[in-house]
Design a binder for this molecule. Structure first.
Ligand code: UD1
Ligand code: UDP
Length: 385
């Protein structure tokens, strides 16, 4: 394709699940002639939550680092906004690209929507319909002010249409997480992590836990750990511990058969997923990667914003009830679901996104959301449960 004028595109990342989403978008934009600027908000900062991903993914160092760190939702969101606003004014990008549903996503979206650039949301349209999740608030609010709604799958586009968005705003582009997974799978196979942990492929289960609803309340966390202890009597488990959960898990202690390890780097974690007999998780991205890898996944939540991983993948929702978790895990160990992969999870989502953003005279340029009446049938939070 020909790009008539070079477009300056500001890409935002800030937390662990952002890096693997932004990388293929940046690569494709640059390959198609755009000027790309990477801004890192600093929401995640530990070497194991941040630096390792730059190394593993070959992500270049950020052009601008906002260094916001941790804080309450309001403090963190506010700090990102205050630091991002002058940067947008100074750089005057044509488009700001935000990915996913973390606080950095919403904060930068709000700044972009009130400034000059167009706003593109990668992973638009995902809905858990659970307003107690901070990510649901971030997703809905980010979509509401975005010009380009870049949906990973048709169900996400259906959600957007049902909320009243225009067809010319919605682009079903596929899943960028899977672009990065496929681009790195062969390298991940060279990881030495299984050998270092004394694990044999197909003979262990992998666990991640970090959702506030699961790890912030010790009574809930203790029930989950008990259930995992029971699963571990069928299949030993390894749990790379997210920093949010580390103190509480250490305080409660874990049953035998569960091995705690530090958060894994990307290549090591993909190797751990690919070699696992089963994965138990509350992560959004891990539900998608297990589907793409064909590894059975038990999701420790009552809902998912990624229902396609249940309908067309290997994911089963088990909720947080310990008995149900154990029953589900034992059932999947005995009878693993067949591997299936959703359409457009094919390694080319980044290229599709770049085409949408770089096509001259795109629909979003001609008709910004603000030029049109806002949807009136958008479900209010209270209607949304
Ligand atoms: C955030 C995202 C969540 C995402 C997760 C991925 C929001 C609201 N939540 O949750 O959607 O699934 O990242 O991992 O944006 N901490 C460290 N070191 C770090 C980062 C965090 O120790 O490098 C600790 C701090 O105590 C911090 C806590 O983890 O207060 C929570 O970090 P925060 O970024 O606020 O939320 P996450 O739970 O990581
Ligand atoms: N991940 C990782 N190391 C870990 C846990 C997860 O590299 O110890 C990767 C995982 O492969 C996926 C992403 O981090 O690519 C998911 O991020 P996370 O679970 O933190 O956030 P969520 O997807 O729930 O927002």
């Amino acid at each position: 394709m020909t790009v008539t004028t070079v477009r300056r595109i500001l890409c935002v990342a800030g937390a662990r699940p952002n890096y693997m989403k932004i990388k293929p978008v940046m690569d494709a934009l640059e390959a198609q002639g755009a000027e790309v600027i990477l801004v890192h908000t600093g929401q995640h900062y530990d070497p194991a939550m941040n630096d390792v991903f730059f190394r593993d993914l070959g992500l270049r160092p950020p052009d601008h680092f906002l260094g916001v760190g941790s804080g309450s939702h309001a403090v963190q969101t506010g700090r990102v906004m205050a630091a991002f606003e002058p940067l947008v004014e100074q750089l005057a990008p044509d488009v700001v690209v935000v990915v996913g549903d973390v606080n950095s996503t919403l904060a930068c979206a709000l700044v972009a929507a009130k400034g000059g650039p167009l706003l593109a949301h990668v992973e638009a349209g995902l809905r858990s319909r659970d307003w107690s999740m901070p990510e649901e608030v971030n997703r809905v609010a980010t979509d509401r002010i975005s010009d380009y709604l870049l949906a990973p799958s048709p169900d996400a586009a259906d959600n957007l249409r049902a909320e009243g968005y225009r067809d010319d705003q919605i682009h079903v582009v596929g899943n960028v997480m899977i672009d990065t997974l496929f681009a790195n799978l062969e390298r991940a196979k060279e990881s030495r992590t299984l050998a270092e942990l004394g694990l044999e492929a197909g003979e262990y289960g992998l666990v991640t836990l970090h959702r506030p609803a699961n790890v912030d309340d010790p009574a809930i966390l203790s029930g989950l750990l008990k259930a995992l202890g029971e699963v571990a009597t069928h299949c030993p488990l390894v749990l790379p511990v997210h920093p949010r959960a580390a103190d509480r898990i250490n305080a409660l202690g874990v049953p035998g058969g569960i091995r705690l390890v530090p958060p894994a780097g990307y290549l090591d974690f993909i190797a751990l997923q690919a070699g696992a007999r089963i994965v138990l998780t509350d992560s959004g991205g891990v539900q998608e990667e297990t589907t793409a890898l064909g590894v059975p996944c038990v999701t420790l939540r009552d809902n998912t914003e990624r229902p396609i991983t249940v309908e067309q993948g290997t994911n089963v929702l088990a909720g947080r009830d310990p008995a149900r978790i154990v029953d589900t895990a034992v059932r999947l160990l005995g009878d693993p679901p067949p591997p299936r992969r959703p359409e457009l999870w094919d390694g080319h989502a980044g290229e599709r996104i770049a085409r949408v953003l770089l096509e001259g005279g795109s629909a979003a340029e001609r008709a910004r959301p603000t030029d049109h009446p806002r949807p009136t049938d958008h479900p209010r939070p209270t209607d949304h449960h």
